[in-house]
Design a protein around this ligand. Structure first.
Ligand code: IPD
Ligand code: CA
Ligand code: CA
Length: 260
């Protein structure tokens, strides 16, 4: 998984260089970025298929593909952070999760600009390159830095989201919107963020991150505290101390009249 991610990342980095040039062109980099995205996905499809022939796929661009092995499936976002990439903002990632019988058992999130490989195997811990990862030890929301994803034009329920943002900004020491959901989860695992929430994510945004957060000692759930994140795309992740407090804060916010 790491080798496939690194190989695809080399192409993305080359294309990112090109995008920076295209910002000033009249046509803009839109079509070029779509092509870069699809190229990265094709390469990942080929590399992962070579390593484990028969496994199924769920990929952002090409959708779902059953394999001869009914137990295993790759869940892949070839370019997470497309909007950043398109605008020349150097913060994006490749995310690969491996699912066995509906459970995520391995995950890799690779951020090529800083050469940061976040990875985990179920039961074996989470790592940043070759260093063991651990969620942060901060115990109070008042000192917590929280990542999020803000809905945008044509996406999500803006009133519902704003109710949660209101609650979190009033209770914590800061909220960040970095634009790459997989990396937001990796940052929770690495103790950079105390927590993260976003609604309406897709399985390829979170598959790898779910396992990396858990293996780093953190908690991840949906807003009801259950484990329906892959199905609903609604995610709350945090370190072990703050997860209950963040779930409660968001739950209350979602019950406010302004959220409904
Ligand atoms: C997006 C990013 C972003 C999140 C969006 C996702 P994409 O993925 O992860 O942070 O807020 O909901 O769709 O489109 O760049 O692969
Ligand atoms: Ca994504
Ligand atoms: Ca994507």
């Amino acid at each position: 998984m790491a080798a496939a991610a690194r190989k695809a990342a080399r192409g993305l980095i080359r294309d990112f260089g090109e995008v920076e040039q295209l910002q000033v062109s009249v046509k803009g980099p839109g079509d070029f970025v779509s092509a870069a995205d699809i190229k990265a996905e094709k390469l990942l499809r080929a590399e992962l298929g070579k390593a484990r022939p028969g496994y199924g796929f769920l990929m952002e661009e090409s959708g779902s593909e059953a394999g001869s092995d009914r137990h295993h499936r790759w869940i892949v976002d070839p370019l997470d952070g497309t909007t950043n990439f398109l605008h020349g903002v150097p913060h994006f990632a490749i995310s690969i999760g491996l699912e066995r019988d509906g459970e995520i058992i391995a995950g890799v999130i690779y951020e090529p600009v800083r050469d940061e490989m976040f990875w985990a195997e179920k039961g074996a811990g989470a790592f940043h390159n070759d260093r063991r990862l651990r969620v942060s030890a901060r115990r109070h929301l008042a000192e917590a830095l929280i990542g999020t994803g803000i809905p945008f034009l044509g996406r999500g329920d803006h009133a519902r989201y704003l109710a949660t943002l209101n609650a979190v900004m009033a209770a914590t020491s800061g909220v960040r919107r970095l634009g790459v959901a997989s990396l937001d989860l990796a940052y929770v695992a690495a103790g950079r963020f105390e927590g993260f929430w976003e609604f309406g994510l897709k399985p390829w945004d979170i598959a790898a991150g779910i396992l990396i957060v858990r293996e780093a000692g953190g908690y991840i759930s949906d807003p009801s505290g259950g484990q329906g994140m892959l199905a609903s795309g609604d995610v709350i992740a945090a370190n072990d101390h703050l997860h209950p407090a963040l779930v409660l804060l968001l739950k209350k916010a979602l019950q406010e009249p302004s959220a409904n």
